[in-house]
Design a protein around this ligand. Structure first.
Ligand SMILES: *Cc1c(COP(=O)(O)O)cnc(C)c1O
Length: 456
């Protein structure tokens, strides 16, 4: 299988090159040249473990990693999850929850980043190369990226975060990882300062090449690939033969729901995908009107969804615009220049995707409702998806993706459920664990100096 760019100006790449490259050189995102049809395989895949299924599904997209190597990479990636099913399903009245938070940092991003870290290490070992990952986080995603590469020989990671502006728990999840290859950089500034520094460092091509800098960002194809697996896995656990199911997906960067979109294109019987956003509703507006228009970021109790520009959206756009790279380019150009762009609509933007925005009050109310009825504590992100599922007319049974463990968001749990607390053993005692971090000024040169002294 080869990989092509959504903007059509990159020569096709092998899977391994697509993974190492991340973003296509023409500025587009990478997609498989054809989407494999697995409809005829589904019945035979019933009863496979998550890991076995992952090897089957991923093999459809990978031509240049042997089955033996892939099996090993999958085994080590999911060996540390604290549920034997890796992504178990739980009944919640007439809904089903797909728990994606059994990895090391208790968020769904672990499913992809554990795999990506091991895949990178495998490719770098083969090529005798090394990589220094550098990134910026407002608090939520840094720890999953760190957990994905900690202890690896050929990868080091530098994560900048705004000192004092993440939650205490978010900072602890990063700085209690004390492996030599992990560098948590507390920047004396805002998240915007961190992002600005990151941009300028990546803009210095000589520096970037000299220190083999790269990103483990949300657009890497391997992340989407790992996420396709749990749509198929949960479908096989829940559905009768040929039954079509709906998935409700709390959405920020459109990575998770795009994996569901791909699963549907592969022949999984998906009735609908519910795209659930918080007050940051650029995607909801797009799917309801065809107009993609940038707004101001609003800060909510679901920080992982406080996003205005969804980094994976371009992949969907490519299919929506008839796989026409030129059309994608002009849409994105218009969006960059004017802050908005549109697709022609004649009915729904996409028959498969129904979008709805859920505000903070409705999210908290859903957490309360589910707790009162089922004694189950939802994290606020998951609650956005569950609330969305309840509000839309129902044609089929629904699986709601549970994207984080509630213990990661104790303030919101307290606000919704007053007196009920959510805990998790891996977070207890974190405040007494050894820590390592480096405090640096919000200054590009200071960060570069640190990176140059500690890069692999
Ligand atoms: C990242 C994240 C999301 C959003 O996923 P996208 O792939 O960015 O749409 C939802 N919930 C949680 C807890 C997350 O960490």
């Amino acid at each position: 299988m080869r990989y092509i760019s959504t903007r059509g100006e990159t020569a096709p790449l092998s899977f391994k090159d697509a993974v190492i490259t991340g973003l296509a050189p023409d500025g587009g995102l990478l997609l498989p040249e054809q989407v494999p049809d697995v409809a005829a395989e589904l019945a035979g895949w019933r009863g496979l473990s998550f890991q076995q299924l992952a090897v089957e599904v991923m093999s459809c997209f990978i031509g240049d990693v042997s089955r033996e190597d892939l099996t090993r990479i999958v085994q080590i990636s999911y060996g540390g999850f604290d549920a034997p099913e890796v992504t178990p399903v739980v009944g919640l009245g007439d809904l089903t929850l797909l728990e994606l938070f059994h990895g090391p940092t208790l968020a769904f991003k672990d499913v992809a980043l554990q795999f990506l870290g091991n895949l990178f290490e495998h490719i770098l070992t083969e090529r005798r190369e090394r990589l220094n990952v550098i990134g910026a986080t407002s608090g939520d995603t840094g720890s999953a990226a760190i957990a994905g590469v900690r202890g690896k020989d050929r990868i080091a990671i530098f994560v900048m975060y705004p000192q004092g502006r993440t939650s205490a728990l978010q900072e602890l999840q990063m700085i209690t990882v004390v492996d030599d290859n992990v560098h948590s950089l507390a920047i004396d500034g805002s998240f915007d300062d961190c992002q600005g520094i990151l941009k300028r460092i990546f803009g210095d091509l000589e520096f970037k090449q000299r220190f083999h800098l790269g990103a483990v960002n949300s657009v890497n194809w391997a992340r989407v690939l790992a996420q396709i697996v749990y749509y198929i896995y949960s479908y096989l656990l829940v559905a009768e033969e040929d039954e079509a199911l709906t998935f409700s997906v709390p959405t920020g960067n459109f990575g998770d729901i795009f994996a569901g979109f791909m699963a549907a294109r592969m022949g999984l019987p998906v009735d609908r995908l519910i795209l659930a956003t918080n007050e940051n509703d650029i995607l909801t507006n797009f799917f309801n009107t065809g107009r993609y228009r940038r707004g101001q970021v609003q800060f909510t109790i679901t920080p992982a969804m406080d996003i205005q520009v969804a980094s994976n959206f371009e992949r969907f756009l490519y299919y929506r615009l008839g796989e026409d790279g030129e059309a994608v380019k002009s849409f994105m150009q218009s969006f960059t220049d004017k802050g908005e762009a549109s697709v022609e609509v004649d009915g729904p933007v996409c028959d498969l995707i129904e979008a709805i925005s859920i505000d903070t009050d409705a999210t908290l109310a859903e957490m309360r409702e589910v707790y009162e009825r089922h004694r189950y504590v939802l994290d606020p992100h998951t609650a956005v998806g569950v609330a969305a599922a309840r509000r839309l007319p129902r044609q089929s049974r629904i699986i709601c993706l549970a994207t984080a463990h509630p213990a990661k968001f104790p303030e919101s749990v307290e606000r919704a459920l007053g007196g009920v607390s959510a805990t998790h053993p891996s977070l207890q005692g974190l405040d007494r664990a050894p820590t390592r971090r480096e405090v640096l000024p919000a200054d590009e040169e200071a960060v570069k100096r640190y990176v140059s002294e500690h890069a692999l």
